[in-house]
Design a protein around this ligand. Structure first.
Ligand SMILES: [Zn+2]
Length: 497
């Protein structure tokens, strides 16, 4: 995809105008970050112009321990300079600057983004901290901003003072913008900022229903042809998702899919930002990685926009399992995965994995406590929710004589979710909203019973007693259900409505 070009003179005019505006209405409290990179070293030069947090001192806390477990992160911060007296407290990642007056201040430092190169920590070190190699600068904001405690400014500006000309550049808060355009970042949206620059980057632009979509990949990957691997997502999967949800409401969307540098074994990891998904991988970009990408980007609806309950752990059977089912049916309807891939995923990754799991009947409320310590619990809500969503879809299709499906239910729920958000942007769906909406498709008594028995109490479904749509059949091999789809059944057609 190619970056959209802005006319230089227009850009210059906007920059000058923006500068004039900033000068004339400089807010009382400000944090202005100036960045510099030479394009090849592992060092990012940062200087911060700021107003003191208090007349006597300003305390900065660098990094966020909750973001990717970065206990050693303070070592990344080097060459701290200021004209005021400072005290460093590395154990607390703290810089205290003692002021002698209340006037404008400056503190400068370098961020050392050299590759750590520990294969065991590849995910943590390459996804959640600055990585600056000769041809790639990868910055997440928590780790170039130094976060003054109790500072009244609600936003920080970012301005590139020096950078090599002509390098591919991406900033997630203003996709398509050049580095010489100053940005203002609300501090409560820091975690949605991603900055990328470097000769290795390939930035391609697509349009999905008129919305700009960006794919950021790297020339450093010589194993895959990622452009070819990703193209079906932009041509089929993302438009399919937007059709599925009847939702074209987004300013832009991006996926950053960059190779991991410290491991060779096949791996995939990533996290979602408000308008995009940041992924790192190693090895072949196979079906498994495509499913990860599809699952994560599908979370823009179930998971990010729609959540049942106020804690994301409460109803993960919905947040993860229903999302995974939506992912799979959209992969099929967009032609990225065929009947064989679908059956493989349903039978091996879900039915076999779930029905042979020793925690298959664990109650929903027992998952949160064991989620991070027991892999069986970690994957439980995904499989339980996926299998239930498959069953639920079949019930709706049977009850409506093939006229309606899980999509109609989800669209109805999405509408309620939008009404809730209009009234209160931070409010979420409740289990009652789920019951009320589902009862428009199957009898309320059934909805309540299944929710209680299969999703909350956690009893695995007994497919010997369950009827599926024509063409689908489940047999048992020992205690494991196995889905079969008749040869004449057109799966893509089924999932295209
Ligand atoms: Zn997920």
């Amino acid at each position: 995809m190619t970056r959209s070009l802005l006319a230089t003179c227009l850009l210059l005019a906007i920059t000058l105008f923006a500068n004039a505006q900033t000068k004339s209405i400089q807010p009382a409290a400000y944090l202005n970050y100036h960045l510099g990179w030479d394009g090849t070293s592992s060092l990012l030069k940062v200087s911060l112009d700021y107003t003191p947090a208090t007349k006597d001192s300003t305390v900065f806390i660098y990094g966020d321990l909750k973001f990717g477990g970065q206990k050693e992160i303070f070592k990344v911060l080097q060459n701290i300079e200021t004209t005021d007296k400072i005290k460093l407290t590395p154990t607390e990642r703290k810089i205290t600057v003692y002021h002698t007056d209340g006037g404008p201040k400056k503190i400068s430092y370098t961020i050392n983004g050299q590759l750590v190169g520990n294969p065991k920590r590849a995910t943590l070190d390459e996804l959640f901290r600055p990585l600056i190699t000769p041809n790639l600068l990868y910055l997440v904001p928590q780790f170039f901003m130094i976060n003054p405690v109790g500072h009244p400014a609600a936003a920080a500006t970012i301005q590139w003072d020096s950078f090599p000309p002509g390098l591919p550049y991406f900033i997630s808060t203003a996709a398509g913008t050049a580095p010489n355009v100053k940005q203002s970042i609300p501090l409560n949206k820091q975690q949605d900022v991603l900055i990328l620059m470097g000769a290795d980057l390939i930035i391609d632009t697509y349009k999905v229903h008129g919305i700009p979509y960006y794919a950021i990949t790297s020339k450093a990957d010589t194993l895959n042809n990622l452009k070819a691997d990703l193209e079906p997502f932009f041509k089929d999967y993302f438009p399919g998702l937007r059709n599925f949800w009847k939702d074209d409401n987004a300013p832009y969307y991006y996926i950053s899919v960059l190779p991991l540098l410290s491991i060779d074994k096949p791996w995939a990891t990533g996290y979602s930002q408000k308008h995009g998904f940041v992924m790192r991988y190693s090895g072949k970009f196979d079906n498994n990685k495509k499913r990860v990408l599809a699952h994560e980007t599908s979370h823009a609806w179930i998971g990010n926009s729609m959540q049942i309950g106020n804690d994301e752990f409460d109803n993960q059977w919905f947040g993860e399992g229903f999302n995974d089912y939506v992912t799979m049916i959209n992969l099929v309807s967009s032609g990225i995965q065929d009947k064989a891939a679908f059956l493989d995923y349903v039978n091996n990754d879900n039915l076999l994995a779930h029905y042979s799991s020793k925690v298959k009947n664990a109650p929903n409320d027992s998952i949160a406590a064991k989620f991070w310590v027991d892999k069986n619990y970690q994957t439980l809500p995904y499989k339980r929710g996926f299998i239930y969503a498959f069953y639920f879809d079949n019930q709706i299709r049977l009850a409506s004589g093939g006229k309606r499906s899980i999509r109609d239910f989800l669209l109805a729920l999405f509408k309620i979710n939008q009404q809730i958000h209009t009234a209160n942007p931070t409010a979420n769906l409740t289990l009652n909203d789920y019951i009320k909406t589902a009862s428009r498709f199957i009898p309320e008594k059934k909805v309540r019973h299944q929710l209680q028995t299969n999703l909350i109490a956690g009893n695995a479904l007994d497919f010997k007693k369950i009827k599926l749509i024509s063409g689908f059949k489940i047999d048992y091999r020992d205690s494991i259900p196995v889905l079969m789809i008749s040869r004449t059944t057109n799966l893509r057609k089924i999932y295209s409505k």
